[in-house]
Ligand binder design. Sequence first.
Ligand code: GTP
Ligand code: MG
Length: 137
Amino acid sequence: TNQTFTMIKPDAVQDNHIGAITQMIEADGFRIVSLKKTRLTLERAGQFYAVHKDRPFYKDLVAYMSSGPIVAMILEKENAVADFRKLIGATNPAQAEEGTIRKKFAKSVEANAVHGSDSDENAQIEGDFFFAVDERF
Ligand code: GTP
Ligand code: MG
């Protein structure tokens, strides 16, 4: 499809980077279909990252993702999932390329500023996790 899902993670929201990050997203040709600032409970963060539940960092990740408000967005562009992963850069900011959102704003492999869906299927699931049908424009 032509949509992906993203979150601005708690560290980047806390550091006042909502504007700069959404500006980079729009400048790269994405249209913001849905947008909300909200906070995940520990339980909801655990559900969102359930695919990682057997990974050693799961507990830390879920605690971090529920530690403060996040900004959730559905984004639209041709080839959205792959193009957005390119825009955010590598998971570990030490490996992220120049010009990527994570290179600019990530603090660590965990507090890495943004999330981006890794497949069309997950983009759909993750968008549905946050947004009702009448919240998509
Ligand atoms: P997302 O877009 O957030 O899904 O990141 P990703 O697809 O680049 O990475 P992945 O799905 O493998 O991991 C999900 C999230 O878990 C990462 O974005 C990090 O916040 C966190 N994470 C991944 N690897 C590690 C790790 O080795 N240690 C810690 N503490 N956190 C990690
Ligand atoms: Mg991922």
